[in-house]
Design a protein around this ligand. Structure first.
Ligand SMILES: Cc1ncc(COP(=O)(O)O)c(C=O)c1O
Length: 445
């Protein structure tokens, strides 16, 4: 078969393919971009340009591209048994072994795993379990769900409703009723310094909303330990522990959405363990397979599981819940992270170095603030003279220029976000920040 030319591919793309989170008019005017192959931390585009991937795909390719151990594990499982469901009192081996692996490292009370195919579905699954839990406990009036402004929890009807980014609501007529927003600890946005006092003020404002609504009507709060897609919002000291405590005091289930923060990006397997958050449920996806195959999971506490089991038949699950090949990819992925010592490398070496380079960027005239944690970071951009540019989308413009300079970062409103693969080396971090600096120089030129 003759391969189509780039122009033919672009025509087919325009004719038949709807992309996620895309303005299709703009994309087709400029020509859809193509990624042909990947190599470690690099991608090769349609012009055979090598691009350093400063976003690990979409915050997920933790072990980098072409990891043969995952490819071989997937191949072996495909040959042995590509698929069989976990319905009908049956299972296959990989999802059980992966569930055991997760339970051994997850926060202490989370010993049960419900699989899904994505972060959105893991949040959706958590929401259904939470509704069932309160109903079976005779408290069905506990139905409202809290999440924060600037949160990103996915795109199903309920996950969009959890999301705190209004541009995700239109034209879908969302959020659904009962999904309430509480403040984010976004100091830069509030014109404040990210101090403990600022964090305490955000908590006080959150408590006011809970009291106004009545905690007897509130089922759960969904929390990303670091808000990723909303702009890499790193909470001030003391805030997360206080938020967790507030939920405990008011009998509100605390759900950690670790779709970005789990599997090494913060120099630990789970932020909930590192920061002692003791969640009632925890959602994971992305780094669980390093994006090699789609897999999400909701980890559930024993207390909740026991209540759910009193309900008898558990009428929830997808055709691909516990997919053996996706779980085999997950198992191989966590073993690669272990065998390469990536958690330690991020915690003690490349994570601190990345933060050092990020902080050096703060002296650039286009940068108003930098913030981050190990291998995730963001720079808020400003106009010459340091004025804030609401609505100018400086982040999107900067990301374009940085791509021309050889690296991929994410533009969000007026900021750029970075989250490279965990296998990145110090020289590659230098290369990444050099490209960022050149792009920002051009932005201010
Ligand atoms: C924290 C968080 N939760 C949920 C999701 C949704 O995951 P998915 O796109 O796999 O549905 C994302 C995706 O970026 C995320 O960052």
């Amino acid at each position: 078969m003759v391969s189509p030319t780039l122009q033919e591919l672009r025509q087919k793309d325009r004719a038949h393919h709807i992309h996620p989170f895309t303005h299709h008019g703009d994309m087709h005017r400029e020509g859809t971009r193509w990624i042909k192959t990947g190599d470690g931390c690099y991608l090769i585009d349609e012009n055979d340009r090598r691009l350093l991937d400063g976003l690990a795909g979409l915050w997920c390719v933790n072990v980098g591209y072409n990891c043969t151990a995952i490819v071989e594990a997937v191949h072996r499982q495909m040959e042995q048994l590509p698929y069989y469901p976990s319905f009908f009192n049956t299972t296959t081996e990989p999802p059980v072994l992966l569930a055991e692996w997760l339970a051994e490292r997850a926060p202490a009370r989370l010993k049960r795993v419900v699989y899904s195919n994505s972060g959105s579905e893991s949040n959706e699954t958590a929401l259904k379990i939470i509704r069932a839990y309160w109903k079976l406990r005779g408290k069905s009036q506990k139905r409202k769900v809290l999440s924060r402004n600037f949160a990103y929890h996915g795109v199903t009807l309920a996950a969009t409703s959890l999301t705190g980014l209004p541009n995700c609501y239109e034209p879908f007529d969302l959020p659904l009723e009962g999904f309430l927003k509480i403040p984010a600890p976004y100091a830069w946005h509030d014109g404040a310094a990210a101090t403990e006092a600022y964090g305490a003020d955000v908590i006080a404002r959150t408590a006011e909303i809970i009291d106004r609504e009545g905690s007897e009507t509130i089922a759960a709060m969904f929390v990303e330990p670091i808000q990723g897609a909303g702009g890499v919002i790193v909470p001030p000291p003391g805030y997360l522990k206080a938020l967790r405590e507030l939920c405990r005091e008011r009998d509100i289930l605390f759900v950690a959405d670790e779709v970005i923060t789990a599997f090494g990006r913060l120099g630990c397997w789970f932020a909930s363990v590192r920061d002692d958050l003791d969640p009632d449920l925890m959602n994971i996806a992305k780094g669980l397979t390093s994006g090699y195959l789609p897999l999400g999971a909701t980890l559930v506490s024993n207390e909740i599981t026991d209540v759910i089991h009193t309900g008898g038949y558990f009428a929830h699950g997808y055709t691909y819940t516990g997919h053996p090949t996706c779980a085999a990819a997950g198992l191989a992925n966590v073993r690669v992270i272990e065998s390469l010592g990536l958690i330690d490398a991020v915690r003690t070496d490349v994570g601190p170095y990345f933060q050092q380079k990020l902080r050096e960027l703060a002296d650039h005239p286009a940068v108003g603030e930098v913030r981050g944690d190990h291998l995730i970071g963001a720079a808020e951009l400003v106009e010459p003279g340091g004025t804030r540019p609401p609505g100018k989308l400086l982040g999107l413009k900067a990301a374009e220029l940085i791509r021309e300079e050889g690296a991929i970062v994410r533009g969000i409103r007026d900021l750029i976000a970075l989250a490279p693969p965990l296998i990145i080396t110090r020289p590659q971090i230098d290369e990444l920040f050099a490209a960022v600096r050149r792009g920002l120089d051009r932005l201010t030129a």
